[in-house]
Design a protein. Structure first.
Length: 340
């Protein structure tokens, strides 16, 4: 991810295209250009039957320039920053301000690409991409453009990043998370959003380090045997839930100060409650027996059930067979002894 500032001074988080995806797009464009160049050179060679050799050589040079330079310039201008290869991979060329690429910028990229790829076999583009923070090649630096990913990864289609695991809900609601800073919460959220993009050893070591920092500022400590990504997901989901409740209470107080109903559409009022309904039924004669105790608000997982499951937004990998598993039923309360 990288930050892009638009012309209206709005900062946007964009997904910069990586070297692998840009290489795949270039290979596809190379195939298309090779086929087009073969067809055009074959047609220009046929002119040698009716024209002299100088005319054939001139048409051949013009055809090569049109295919090698005109192809990326024309497609990026007409398709708003996309060639056939970029369209297949899901990439797009935009300006540094986020706007669509212009003809001048597309022409500069195409001319620089002819030198980078066809003259020096892509070595300048490779070196510049490794040295630049946004992966720009020389053509992007000269034209003031950047290549971004238009398609979101499949893991982003499963909903929020942090989802409450059912077997950790009873623990998360007792948490004291006032010491959890916004910076640490953002670090944990970014780790969860890129969980399946990391290598397994990097993913585990980074998760353990972030989870250790989170455990230091929350209480009570988590149950033993919880994986780092599941722990972070539970903490972030509970933090988001409390923020939503706090905002809802603030909105209700503001509406009451204005003399409006706290909930419902504007202009609606709560239905009047009869006095008899508020007073309740008359008290019965004789001793009053207490009713059964209410069920516990927080319950631990039942024995024999899986203790901790991953968030349901993890749609691939080792957790794909345990998605959306319902929480275990709360333990049954013993019956009240007779005569009480």
């Amino acid at each position: 991810m990288a930050e892009l500032v638009t012309g209206e001074a709005v900062a946007l988080d964009i997904r910069v295209a990586r070297l692998a995806s840009r290489g795949c797009a270039f290979l596809l464009d190379l195939i298309f250009q090779g086929v087009a160049l073969y067809i055009v050179l074959y047609l220009t060679a046929m002119t040698s039957l009716v024209a002299d050799e100088a005319w054939t050589v001139g048409l051949s040079l013009l055809a090569m320039v049109a295919v090698l330079v005109g192809y990326p310039c024309l497609f990026e201008t007409l398709l708003r920053g996309r060639t056939l290869g970029k369209m297949a991979v899901g990439l797009r060329v935009v300006g540094d301000d986020g706007g669509p690429v212009r003809f001048r910028q597309a022409l500069v990229r195409a001319l620089a690409g002819f030198i980078e790829f066809w003259t020096f076999y892509g070595s300048p583009a490779l070196i510049t991409s490794f040295c630049n923070r946004r992966g720009k090649r020389l053509g992007d630096l000269f034209a003031g453009t950047i290549v971004i990913q238009e398609r979101a990864p499949a893991s982003a289609l499963f909903g929020p990043v942090a989802v409450m695991p059912p077997q950790l809900a009873w623990w998360a609601r007792t948490l004291e998370i006032s010491m959890l800073s916004d910076e640490l919460a953002m670090t944990a959220r970014q780790y969860l959003s890129r969980f399946w993009e990391l290598l397994p050893e990097v993913r585990d070591s980074l998760g353990v380090r972030i989870a250790a920092q989170v455990v230091e500022v929350i209480s009570p400590p988590p149950p033993p045997g919880v994986r780092p990504e599941i722990l972070l997901s539970a903490v972030l989901a509970e933090r988001r839930h409390r923020e939503e409740v706090r905002l809802a209470e603030r909105w209700a107080r503001r509406m009451r100060r204005l003399g409006l109903p706290a909930w419902g559409p504007p202009g609606s009022a709560p239905a009047p409650v009869p006095a008899m309904a508020m007073a309740g039924p008359p008290a019965a004669a004789g001793p009053v027996r207490p009713g059964p105790p209410p069920p516990p608000r927080f319950s631990a997982p039942a024995p024999g059930q899986p203790q901790f499951l991953p968030p349901p937004n993890y749609g691939a990998g080792p957790y794909q067979n345990v998605l959306n598993t319902p929480p275990p039923p709360p333990p049954q309360q013993p019956p009240y002894p007779p005569g009480r």
